[in-house]
Ligand binder design. Sequence first.
Ligand code: NAI
Length: 338
Amino acid sequence: RSVKSLTTASSSSLLRRGFSSESVPDRKVAVLGAAGGIGQPLALLMKLNPLVSTLSLYDIANTPGVAADVSHINTRSEVSGYVGEEQLGKALEGADVVIIPAGVPRKPGMTRDDLFNINAGIVKGLCQAIAKYCPNALVNMISNPVNSTVPIAAEVFKKAGTYDEKRLFGVTTLDVVRAKTFYAGKANVPVAEVNVPVVGGHAGITILPLFSQATPKANLSDGDINALTKRTQDGGTEVVEAKAGKGSATLSMAYAGAIFADACLKGLNGVPDVVECSFVQSTVTELPFFASKVRLGKNGVEEVLGLGPLSDYEKEGLEKLKPELQSSIEKGIKFANQ
Ligand code: NAI
């Protein structure tokens, strides 16, 4: 199969096996935090991805077991497990894409920002290692609060002299996945056909789904749009409460993380018109980082797309989210430089 023939592959190709890989380039994907609630199913989904040739699973504990387990699946990639900081370099060397779901998840009553004190330090350390061992990798940041961990990563890379804004992504795909699912339910349209951009950030009101641009079109009332918006913004909390102390979204997040990493790999491989929403360095608004649609290419971000026409409700939401997002970004920058 030529790389070109992959253009027709949809997200369902994630689950397709027996794919001939002859002319698909070699790609190493590293998952940091691979033994966790997200890391394990994400490792599974990346093992099913025919674009991956080497799958590197890193954690501070329990990775040998996860790697042994996943490695028995008869798909293309070679799997290696790495455990503990002294093996981090090996885990990262030569990586094309590094996915980071390392850190603690929320418990009921916590906001994503409550995770800052622990996760900021974890992300900082991992990004220092990325700067050293695979400075050209595309970084997919899942660890929360994404609104702060992405700016932390940028500062760490700047200090190391390796920062390239085209290669750093906050993974907001789960917000898109949720918006699509909830919209399809309310609008009574086939979920597989639904597209909804989600912009802003990745916490509470900073998550701004643009249902006015959703397709297929549906005539939803203002009340419906308001309810859908709130449910998308609170989707993470819905899961945290349902899990009642046993963590946050892991399975749907692994799916979302796999979709986003697959898009990054397709972009690297030269597949045209790969567009996903992501929290990236941006000039779309006055904020230095912002989530919007991004076209992915051979160097990572090829183009950060604008917001498109917004409804009055969305315009209002955009103005409301800016101060919170700005302060989360500043908090990350300050932490990285202290
Ligand atoms: P978890 O606690 O189940 O797993 C985290 C893993 O990270 C553990 O295996 C732990 O050993 C590992 N870890 C801790 N320190 C590490 C380090 N220095 N290096 C490598 N690995 C390290 O947590 P879960 O549920 O997998 O969540 C992980 C993160 O993802 C949390 O910060 C959570 O808030 C975030 N998350 C992000 C979402 C998003 O949409 N971006 C959605 C859901 C969760």
